[in-house]
Ligand binder design. Structure first.
Ligand SMILES: Cc1cc2nc3c(=O)[nH]c(=O)nc-3n(C[C@H](O)[C@H](O)[C@H](O)COP(=O)(O)O)c2cc1C
Length: 432
C-alpha cells in the first residue's frame, strides 16, 4: 500500500500519529517574564491543533533560564510552581485537541543565547559566533560537572512535559544550539571526554537521549532534531551526521528529524551564510537547492544507515512533493513550519484536497537573498534581511497568540523593526 500524507504513522514506543503532517518547532516568544506558558500558547496551539496536523512540535522550551534562545521562551528548570504547572496543563490540553499529538521540544541555547538575555553565554569552548554586530557574547566553556547538570536538566524538563499532558518530547540537537555546538569540531575544541573524536562530541547528545528515555519510560515518544550538516567548513559534516544517526538508531528513539544549519549558516530556512567570513560556508548540493525539500538528498543517506522513523523539515510546499517523498521510502513524516504562520489550517486543507500547496507568502519576503545574492559581502544588510524574515514569522505567531489572524501583507522591514521592539520589551520585562 502506498504511503501518503493521510496515512497514520505507528511509532516504535506504541503511539500512533493520525497522519504524516507534522508542524515543525517554531519559537513562540509567548512566555511571561517568569518564562511560564500563557494564555497565548493556549490560543495558538488550539488553533494549530484544529488545523489538522498529526503532530505539533512546540517551539524550543529551555532547560536553563540563564541561557534562553529568546526572552519570551518557556523555561522548565527546577521545581515548578503550581501556576507554572497549571499553565503547562492548559497548553497541553489545547494542543492535543482533535486527536493531535503535541511534543515539547527541549533545548539549551548555548552560545546562541542573545546578549540581551546573558552577556556571557556558555558553550563547549570559548569560540564566539562570527556574526556582524554584538548580539552574542563570548561563551564560557562548561565544566564537566556543568555538562552532567545539563543532561539532568533535559531529563527533568521531559518528565514535566510528560506529567503535564504533552504526548512526546524532542531533544533539540540541531541549529547551532548547545548540543549541536558539542557535535561541531569547529565550535567544540575540548580535549576531555566531551570533545575531540566524534564519539566524544556526540556524548552529550547520546547521554541526554538515554537520560530522557530513562525519565519518561519506554512508552512515551522521544525524538531528536539533528542537522544533516552544519554547512560550515570544519563544522559537523554530513558524514558525521550519518554516523551519529546510526548511533541514535541503536537507542530507543521514536523519530529523527533532519534539518541543517546554524545562526551563522541558516540553511534551515533556506538562507545562506551570515558570517563575517563567507568563504567558510559550505555550498549545498545543487540538486538539493533546486528541489522542494532541501534536505531530502541528505535524508536519503541517513535512511540508508537507520531503521527508525525519519521526519524531514525544510521547504516542503506541495502535496505532490510531500507524497513523492513519502512514497520513495526516504522519510516517514513531513515537517512544515513557516506555512503554518500564514495559514494555521493548511494541514487539513492539504489532507482533504482543498489545497494542493501551501500559501505563497514568499513573494513578500523576496528582499533578502534575492537582491543581495547568496555570497554578498554586505554582511550587515544580509543579517538585517535574515532577521527581518525571521521576525516576520515570529510576529505572525504573536498575532495568533493574541487571537488575531496572520497578516500576510506585512512588510519585511516593518517586521524587522517591530520584532526588534518586541524583543527589547520582553528582555526589559524579564530584568524587572
Ligand atoms: C519563526 C521560526 C521559529 C523557529 N523556531 C524553531 C525552534 O524553536 N526550534 C527548531 O528546531 N526550529 C525552529 N525553526 C525552524 C523550523 O522548525 C523549520 O526547521 C524551518 O522553518 C524549515 O521548515 P519550513 O520550510 O517548513 O518553514 C523556526 C523557524 C521559524 C521560521
Amino acid at each position: 500500500m502506498t504511503v501518503d500524507i493521510g496515512s497514520p504513522l505507528a511509532l516504535p514506543c506504541g503511539a500512533t500519529l493520525k497522519n504524516r503532517l507534522a508542524k515543525g518547532a517554531m519559537t513562540e516568544g509567548l512566555g511571561d517574564p517568569l518564562n511560564r506558558a500563557t494564555e497565548g500558547h493556549v490560543r495558538l496551539y488550539k488553533r494549530w491543533a484544529e488545523g489538522g496536523a498529526g503532530m505539533l512540535l512546540t517551539g524550543n522550551v529551555q532547560v536553563d533560564r540563564r541561557y534562553l534562545e529568546r526572552p519570551g521562551n518557556v523555561a522548565i528548570d527546577g521545581p515548578q510552581s503550581n501556576e507554572a504547572i497549571a499553565a503547562l496543563r492548559a497548553y497541553a490540553r489545547a494542543g492535543t485537541e482533535n486527536g493531535t499529538h503535541l511534543w515539547m521540544q527541549i533545548s539549551h541555547a548555548g552560545r546562541q543565547t542573545p546578549a540581551s538575555v546573558n552577556k556571557e553565554p556558555v558553550g563547549p569552548s570559548d569560540k564566539a559566533l562570527e556574526m556582524p554586530g554584538s548580539q552574542f557574547g563570548k561563551p564560557r566553556p562548561l565544566t564537566g560537572v556543568e555538562i552532567e547538570d545539563v543532561i539532568r536538566r533535559f531529563a527533568h524538563a521531559a518528565t514535566i512535559a510528560r506529567d503535564t499532558g504533552f504526548t512526546g518530547v524532542q531533544i533539540h540537537g540541531a541549529h547551532g544550539y548547545l548540543i549541536s555546538e558539542f557535535l561541531s569540531p569547529d565550535v567544540n575544541t575540548r580535549t576531555d571526554e566531551w570533545g575531540g573524536s566524534l564519539e566524544n562530541r556526540a556524548r552529550l547528545l547520546l547521554e541526554t537521549v538515554r537520560a530522557v528515555r530513562r525519565a519518561v519510560g519506554d512508552d512515551f515518544p522521544v525524538s531528536v532534531k539533528l542537522n544533516s550538516a552544519d554547512f560550515q567548513r570544519g563544522g559537523f559534516s554530513h558524514e558525521d551526521a550519518i554516523r551519529v544517526a546510526a548511533w541514535l538508531d541503536a537507542e530507543k528513539l521514536d523519530l529523527l528529524e533532519i534539518s541543517g544549519g546554524t545562526y551563522e549558516q541558516p540553511r534551515l530556512v533556506g538562507l545562506d551564510d551570515m558570517t563575517l567570513h563567507p568563504e567558510k560556508a559550505e555550498v549545498r548540493r545543487e540538486s538539493t537547492i533546486a528541489r522542494e525539500a532541501y534536505f531530502l538528498e541528505y535524508a536519503k543517506d541517513i535512511r540508508a544507515a537507520v531503521k527508525m522513523p525519519l521526519m524531514v523539515t525544510g521547504g516542503f510546499r506541495t502535496v505532490a512533493g510531500m507524497n513523492a517523498a513519502l512514497a520513495s521510502g526516504t522519510m516517514d513524516l513531513v515537517g512544515i513550519a513557516r506555512p503554518l504562520c500564514v495559514d494555521p489550517a493548511i494541514p487539513g486543507k492539504l489532507l482533504s484536497g482543498a489545497a494542493a500547496e501551501t500559501p505563497a507568502y514568499e513573494k513578500t519576503l523576496r528582499l533578502g537573498p534575492g537582491i543581495l545574492g547568496p555570497h554578498s559581502p554586505i554582511n550587515m544588510l544580509k543579517a538585517l534581511n535574515g532577521w527581518g524574515q525571521q521576525g516576520w514569522f515570529c510576529l505572525q505567531i504573536l498575532r495568533m497568540g493574541e487571537g488575531k489572524n496572520p497578516d500576510p501583507k506585512m512588510g519585511v522591514f516593518t517586521a524587522f523593526r517591530n520584532y526588534a521592539k518586541n524583543e527589547a520589551r520582553a528582555a526589559a520585562a524579564m530584568q524587572r
